[in-house]
Design a protein. Structure first.
Length: 593
């Protein structure tokens, strides 16, 4: 089934869509509850029959009829209780499975979003909303089954039995119940924005809390613990005030409902007494009307409480769905085909790019990288180097021109197949809070232990891993916090080396290494990059000294292009950078052409 229907984020359609695969189980829950409740109401009628027989006296009531009425009453009571449990058993299977399925579907949808989506949102708030959706969906199922259906069925059953005593009285009850229902519904709808506001503030607070916890080292370094506590305290105050307003609106609803139902029950009882005095109702009828009015009172009260909770949960669900079910910014185009595996030749034809509401970053870029070529990209900070790598991964669409891999336009191939063709060591080394071996194996889950050890050795992290307390099984901490920056980078390189992708993208892949480690990693890399196309962004020019070709980017344009030796011999920006990095030691440089 599709993950989620992004075109229709209405909470009810969303829930129905996810309930469908377990329709029979859900139907069993609701049918069980319905029959149990009707048996409960039937027990009240059975009691009336018994009372009428008892009131007639031992002489007038045949013994068989009394015991028959007794057994019917016991049967209703037994069915009432046992069916509740059967429905509960079905719900533990159906509701939990549906909530889990919703969580999985939203997670899958979340993973399909582009980096631009995540750049604008807090990860904690997104995770909180996935949880909110699953918890609210589970809550809505429970409230419908245990909170809405029982009082609704009990109320309708009570009205039907009242009709048996007096049709006019039952009609009045139906009219009153409908009026109360309408008033409650209108009022509940007007409170929905208050619940949504509360849901928004709670999710934002979750996101903020996770953001601070995720950056706890920085908070400590800048002695900002109190500052952050004050910030969160302000957000908590906002959340509390929104929560209070949401609850107050519900308390008003409950109060109005309580007044209306007290009036309704009093009127029913008075009518029963009047009918009895007229000789048109038996003692059993009056007892029945008394219990039925209480059933109706309880039913309408329970129904109101349940509807209130339902309104709150559906508002929370709606808010979470609105935030999560944003259509994917980047997705496979209709008719997209998998990238045909090739040697890894890359071509940029007139590529332009600007981030939304920003100045252009790349301007009319033409570049041909033959398969197997090792291309270095250098240039001042902000010149568009990482953006170029991001476009190659199709994290963003070029605003003009096109990019081809082995002659195939990236826009026309599937994203998954494109990512299988690329191995990446990103600028900001990201590791999972998992073991070293799981992090390296991420690039190729089927890789053997021997292959993993080889990749680790080539990335110069073999000795480092041996020194860890549990070797390859050591858990690296949140985003790899238990490792040094250089160690993290070497693990990321080992991970990329394990990938069979024909194109390797390195974004400042060795920036955190000292010169000796960098040289050692470079030697290890040399063997593995031999048959691949490599595009490497680097600030340290020594990283690129063995590369086939270097381009210099400036303000989104290629301002120099050639082999390292050619560029070093020209009086251009590359030579200036080289001179700067060699500390002005001219003897290392060839004569300028
Ligand atoms: N997600 C984004 N949204 C908006 N603007 C962005 C985004 N990412 C980068 N930019 C902007 O695009 C420009 C180019 O950034 P990019 O990261 O490509 O530069 P770079 O050459 O890799 O820089 P550095 O050497 O410092 O890593 C910068 O002005 C940057 O502020």
């Amino acid at each position: 089934m599709t993950a989620v229907d992004t075109a229709t984020p209405s909470p009810w359609r969303f829930l129905l869509h996810h309930a469908k695969p377990r329709l029979a189980t859900h139907a069993a829950v609701f049918a069980g509850v319905l029959v149990a409740v009707l048996c409960g109401v039937g027990a009240q009628y059975g009691l009336k029959q018994l009372i009428d027989l008892i009131a007639a006296g031992p002489a007038a009531a045949p013994s068989a009829a009394v015991w028959h009425a007794f057994l019917v009453l016991c049967g209703f009571i037994a069915a009432d209780n046992l069916l509740w449990r059967a429905a509960g058993y079905a719900a533990t299977h159906g509701f939990t499975a549906t909530a889990g399925q919703i969580r999985e579907a939203l997670f899958a949808h979340l993973l399909g979003h582009s980096p631009a989506f995540f750049a604008d949102r807090l990860p904690g708030a997104l995770a909180a909303r996935v949880s909110t959706t699953a918890v609210s969906s589970f809550g809505i199922g429970n409230i419908l089954a245990w909170g809405v259906l029982p009082p609704a069925a009990a109320g309708l059953g009570a009205i039907a039995i009242t009709a048996h005593v007096h049709v006019g009285l039952a009609a009045c009850l139906v009219g009153s119940a409908l009026c109360i229902g309408w008033v409650m519904f209108r009022m509940a709808r007007r409170t929905a924005p208050l619940h949504r506001l509360h849901a928004q503030r709670a999710a934002a607070l979750d996101g903020d809390t996770v953001d601070v916890v995720g950056n706890i080292a920085m908070v400590r370094v800048f002695g900002a613990t109190m500052r952050e506590r004050r910030r969160i305290a302000v957000a908590v105050e906002d959340e509390i005030s929104a929560h209070r307003r949401s609850l107050w609106s519900m308390e008003w609803l409950r109060l109005i409902h309580a007044v209306l139902t007290v009036l309704l029950v009093a009127a029913t009882l008075a009518a029963g007494l009047w009918l009895w005095r007229q000789g048109r109702a038996s003692v059993g009828d009056v007892a029945l009307l008394a219990t039925l009015s209480l059933t109706i009172l309880n039913a309408t009260r329970d129904l109101a409480v349940a509807l209130v909770e339902l309104t709150q949960l559906s508002a929370r669900l709606e808010e979470a769905l609105r935030a999560l079910l944003v259509p994917h910014g980047l997705r496979d185009r209709p008719g997209a085909v998998p990238l045909k595996p090739g040697a890894g030749g890359i071509q940029l034809q007139g590529v332009c790019f600007a981030y939304p509401d920003r100045m252009p970053v790349l301007r009319n870029l033409d570049l041909v990288v033959p398969s197997g070529q090792k291309l270095g990209i250098i240039g001042p900070s902000g010149s568009g180097k990482s953006t170029l790598l991001a476009l190659l991964q199709r994290f963003h669409e070029p605003t003009g021109g096109r990019i081809l891999i082995d002659g195939q336009d990236l826009a026309a191939v599937t994203l998954d197949s494109l990512h299988h063709a690329l191995a990446v060591v990103p600028q900001d080394t990201a590791l999972f809070h998992r073991s070293v071996i799981e992090n390296i194996r991420y690039a190729r889950p089927e890789a053997s232990l021997e292959e993993i050890r080889r990749a680790a050795r080539l990335a110069q992290c073999g000795a480092m891993i041996d020194e860890l307390p549990d070797g390859l099984d050591t858990v690296v901490g949140n985003r790899g916090v238990k490792l040094s920056g250089g160690q993290r980078q070497r693990l990321a390189i080992a991970r990329a080396l394990l990938s069979p992708a024909p194109i390797l993208l390195l974004d400042e892949a060795t920036s955190a290494l000292d010169s000796d480690s960098e040289r050692a990693v470079r030697d290890g890399l040399a063997e593995l990059v031999r048959d691949r196309t490599v595009i490497a962004v680097a600030h340290r020019l020594s990283t690129l000294q063995n590369f086939d070709r270097i381009i210099v980017l400036d303000q989104g344009r290629i301002v120099e292009d050639g082999t390292p030796a050619e560029l070093a011999s020209r009086c251009g920006p590359y030579r200036a950078m080289l001179r700067q990095q060699q500390g002005g030691l001219e003897p290392h440089l060839p004569e300028a052409a």
